[in-house]
Design a protein around this ligand. Sequence first.
Ligand code: CAA
Length: 262
Amino acid sequence: MERFGQLQTLTVTQEDQATVITVARPKALNALNQAVLAELDKVLDVLIADGPVKPLIITGEGSKAFVAGADIAEMAGMTPEEARKFSRYGQKVFSKLEAFPGVTIAAINGYALGGGNELAIACDVRIAAGNARFGQPEVGLGIIPGFGGTQRLARVVGMANALDLILSGRMIDAQAALRIGLVHKVIDEGKALEEALNYAKTVVKNSPFAVAQAKKAVYGLDPDLDKGMELEADLFAKCFQHPDQKEGMTAFLEKRKAAFQR
Ligand code: CAA
């Protein structure tokens, strides 16, 4: 699409209910090199600037892989300083994705390994095809996860499951991922994107402003409960400064569908 400039490693399509970003390096099982990260960074900036945003779906091209990790060929010759920069950049882009103001959904159509699993857990919701496989195999390559996995995975599946996956490097299937809460739903092979679009259809009707505030509150999870409650109350109050609150409540009382600002 014109407004994203020339994209070499991603495709972006606009559906009624969602924007779909597809990582498109199928010959390398959609591995994340610097070009993919830079393009994802740019596309997110454009979508955020466009606001208010629709739900965003991230998937991988083909049925074999969502994303099989950071690009090992590109990392192989990195110096420690280059590795730090690569890690920091991947972290920055994935944090931008986590902070995306709309609902983000990973449609996981195959391998989600290393940076691929880290990409999936930077999304709000994960829908996996039956052939999806998950893991953090980095220790087998002599490294550790570098795109947020050591920090984010425990927040999603708890310290015990995160340690198991990160320290063993083992792969788990979609049903095991469902059992530990790594994914929200498992669907037939080939159907992950369709199911993600269905999910987007159910959430796109909500107030985009309220969704953005809800994300800030949940990701603002604070070990200090009182501080977390303060953040919640601030964001709750902020909703009452926005026309969507009046519209949402008036529509309920008038027994009609709300027409939120888009
Ligand atoms: N980086 C670069 N290329 C990759 C890749 C990766 N992460 N994963 C797969 N590929 C390439 C392969 O090199 C191969 O290329 P060629 O055809 O040119 O040889 C092609 O994709 C197909 O892969 P395979 O032939 O290996 O396919 P397979 O079906 O035999 O195995 C697999 C599939 C089990 C996913 C295997 O490809 C694999 O183990 N990939 C690496 C997974 C991994 O270790 N990921 C973590 C990377 S480190 C990381 O992500 C760090 C971080 O947190 C930032």
